[in-house]
Design a protein around this ligand. Structure first.
Ligand SMILES: *Cc1c(COP(=O)(O)O)cnc(C)c1O
Length: 395
């Protein structure tokens, strides 16, 4: 098989060509190796592959050329040595925790995390003696103060969901490295098209490929990207525990990566236009979007990101009743909790994605009852503005 990647360098070139394993059939589009296992030429070859003395495919839980193609393409785009693909974004986080942490280790995580990540750390990791302290995401000194001698991992999502708060990745990397801890960044909202955490000093990048890497809402998947030594531990977890990416999903994500930058730029452009329009409406209490000059960390965002991303949120004074009335009056946007799709989605975080949080945790994460999240898709901006006008008219 040919590997084209050696001659590549630019982001857009890598996005369409890295990790393209061409089989002897000479296909131009990446082949989908939809097979659970691989055949050996002889008993001796089988023994050599299992024994690790000969490289090659064995079984798709841990070796599949389509999955490997996706891993190599994503690693190239993030500027990482290696990526390991997983069955979902949550599986990527779990594989990282199982691979790199042990009982007695301490984790520092941002308060405003994807809700399920919160549960993974607070409920399940804690069962195995890995405890987490949650700190305000954008307050660098709070991170420094929360470090303990047992702190081994700092975990942050930036921009945060759904308020678009920004963490200073370089500053957090310095805090982590000062005592030999690792910094992992969930880069789901920006993708490498808009933000490359490894270049800013982070050790690991987490992805939910389910979102923008796919971009069309078809498949679940995830990945961890970083240096070879750490990724070898994470690969061991995936190989042994089995949260592996399906070859079919890897093929969909390979195709998604080809258009990633173009899509992220279009999402960002429309989200900025919608955020600007929303912030001019007097009936809206607040608009949260890191692309607005009124955003408290707008300067940091401009240094750290190449674009502002597709997710914004708005706050209505009338609480849950107002939020639900707005959402129910829209006709174009899909009422769904997913994001990172060509189709714009609208969500009420307090009763869906963040519904499992206690009232105190919701308050700490800034999830009010009047908050609505919009993940701006690729429809015409005028149609999205008209949809928001319908929402406002229903109040
Ligand atoms: C969706 C999401 C996840 C989890 O990914 P799944 O693919 O749904 O398991 C993790 N982090 C962020 C920021 C997300 O939006």
């Amino acid at each position: 098989m040919d590997d084209e990647s050696f001659a590549l360098s630019g982001f857009d070139t890598l996005a369409v060509r890295a990790g393209n394993y061409r089989s002897e059939q000479g296909e131009h589009s990446e082949a989908l190796f939809l097979t659970s296992s691989f055949v050996f030429a002889s008993a001796a070859e089988a023994a050599a592959r299992f024994g690790g003395t000969e490289k090659g495919n064995i079984y798709s839980r841990f070796t599949n050329p389509t999955v490997r193609g996706f891993e190599e393409r994503l690693a190239a785009l993030e500027g990482g040595e290696r990526a390991v693909a997983t069955s979902s974004g949550m599986a990527a986080i779990l594989a990282m925790v199982l691979g790199l942490l042990k009982a007695g280790d301490h984790v520092l995580a941002s308060q405003s995390l994807f809700g399920t990540t919160n549960v993974l750390l607070e409920k399940y990791a804690a069962k195995f003696g890995i405890n987490t302290t949650f700190v305000p995401l954008s307050d660098v000194s709070a991170w420094a103060q929360a470090m303990t001698p047992a702190t081994r991992l700092l975990f942050v999502e930036t921009p945060s969901n759904p308020l678009g708060e920004i963490a200073d990745i370089s500053a957090l990397a310095e805090i982590a490295h000062a005592q030999g801890a690792l910094l992992a960044v969930d880069n789901c909202f920006c993708t490498p098209a808009l933000q490359r955490p490894l270049a800013l000093g982070a050790d690991l990048v987490i992805h939910s490929a389910t979102k923008y890497l796919d971009g069309q809402g078809r498949c679940l998947g995830g990945a961890v990207v970083g240096p070879t030594d750490l990724l070898e531990e994470i690969y061991g977890v995936v190989r042994t525990c089995g949260p592996s990416m399906s070859p079919f999903n890897a093929w969909v994500f390979l195709k998604g990566l080809e258009t990633l930058r173009l899509r992220m730029e279009a999402h960002s452009r429309s989200a900025l236009q919608l955020a600007q329009w929303l912030s001019q409406q007097t009936s809206i209490a607040k608009v949260h979007y890191c692309g607005l000059p009124t955003h408290p960390q707008h300067d940091l965002v401009k240094r750290q990101q190449r674009g502002f991303g597709g997710v914004l949120s708005l706050e209505l004074a009338g609480g849950r009743d107002a939020a639900w009335a707005f959402i129910d009056a829209t006709e174009v946007m899909s009422i769904t909790a997913n994001l990172g799709d060509c189709k714009t989605t609208i969500t009420h975080p307090a009763s869906t994605t963040h519904g499992r949080l206690s009232p105190e945790a919701k308050a700490a994460a800034g999830i009010s009852e009047g908050l609505i999240r919009i993940a701006v898709g690729l429809e015409d901006i005028d149609d999205l503005i008209a949809d928001c006008q319908r929402g406002l008219a229903a109040l």
